[in-house]
Design a protein around this ligand. Structure first.
Ligand code: ADP
Ligand code: TRP
Length: 318
């Protein structure tokens, strides 16, 4: 099994990223024959166009992932832009990608609606993502639910390429954990970097405290019974607990646990849950990031170079 996934460096990582993307990928590290994980900096350029900010997000992302357990001895970790084969394959694939296929992509429309500037890059974002995956002959791609359509597009493009030029590319299988619910943000909407409702994983404890204390609740009185399932504090808290402990906590809500106390409990469990990761993060330096990325890029180039040799031959460039 060859596993591959990626993350756009577009801001501070949060609890939704952890459960929707980091954790499922971490769970695969030991199962894979080889696994690849990269920082999708070329993709991020469709929304981050401030060079110093992009540089900061990229370095933070590598350090965050190393701290979370993406051990460079177990996974090939690298920056997308350091392996130029990604953009070469993007071009070749774009010549077999039907316009209609991309016109049906919902993420382009959603991003433009959210205020991201429309650009050719944003439109062909899914073709670059297909190149990312096909370059490494990855057969397993663990992603969040929102990436389902991108994975379908990558499969369609691989099949089209193979039909036109002969069997060259591996058709990838997405691994989407349907049961990984969308993690709610402090306002109850999907937690997202861009909605101002995220609880960060790293950074200052004060910031984490501020977002947890700011979780929106209804106006029930201190000792009134509360409904755990409709309470955002509980829906976040239970992600950090065993099933048994979650049931015990749910009873406390029903017995009138005041929201203020519930938030304090959540904060303490949160700091424990992510304590080791946060300590690792504080110890890591820019040099650790650079060392991991250099080693990763060497291996990534080796695999990508091999695929590109057969792709160039198949299409008649060599
Ligand atoms: P954001 O919405 O914060 O910009 P991204 O779009 O960069 O997040 O998502 C990166 C990864 O994290 C994706 O695989 C996505 O599915 C996952 N993810 C982001 N937010 C959540 C959430 N609230 N719940 C579950 N998974 C999430
Ligand atoms: N589009 C993905 C996201 O926003 C990131 C990504 C880029 C990716 N290339 C990939 C994910 C290849 C999996 C495989 O989360």
């Amino acid at each position: 099994m060859r596993v591959l996934s990626a993350m756009q460096p577009s801001g501070q990582l949060h609890l939704g990223n952890y459960f929707g993307s980091m954790k499922p990928n971490l769970d695969f590290l030991d199962k894979a024959d080889e696994s690849f994980f990269f920082i999708a900096d070329l993709h991020a350029m469709t929304s981050v166009q401030d060079p110093s900010l992009l540089r900061k997000y990229k370095e933070d992302a590598v350090l965050d992932y190393l701290a979370a357990g993406f051990n460079p001895e177990k996974t090939v970790i690298f920056n997308q832009s350091e392996v130029p084969e990604h953009t070469e394959l993007l071009w070749i694939l774009s010549t077999v990608s039907p316009m209609g296929l991309l016109e049906r992509a919902v993420s382009y429309k959603e991003k433009v609606e959210k205020g991201i500037a429309s650009s050719v890059g944003l439109f062909i974002y899914p073709v670059l993502q297909a190149a990312d995956i096909l370059l490494y002959n990855a057969d397993t791609v663990p992603v969040g639910k929102d990436q389902k359509q991108h994975l379908e597009i990558a499969r369609d493009i691989a099949v089209k390429f193979n039909n036109q030029f002969g069997d060259t590319l591996t058709v990838p299988e997405p691994v989407i954990k349907e049961e990984v619910a969308v993690v709610p943000g402090t306002d109850g909407q999907k937690m997202s970097k861009s909605y101002g409702n995220a609880i960060p994983l790293f950074g200052d404890e004060k910031e984490i405290k501020k977002s947890i204390m700011g979780i929106v609740t209804d106006s029930k009185d201190k000792d009134d019974p509360k409904d755990p399932d409709s309470c955002i504090i509980y829906r976040i808290h239970r992600l950090l607990l065993s099933e048994e402990d979650a049931l015990v906590l749910a009873d406390e809500y029903r017995n009138g646990l005041p929201y203020g106390d519930a938030k304090k409990k959540l904060l303490s469990v949160y700091m424990d849950f992510f304590g080791a990761m946060r300590e690792n993060r504080a110890r890591l330096t820019s040099k650790d990031a650079r060392d991991a990325l250099d080693t990763g890029a060497l291996r990534a180039k080796e695999v990508a170079g091999k695929t590109m040799k057969s792709v160039r031959k198949a299409v008649g460039l060599r």
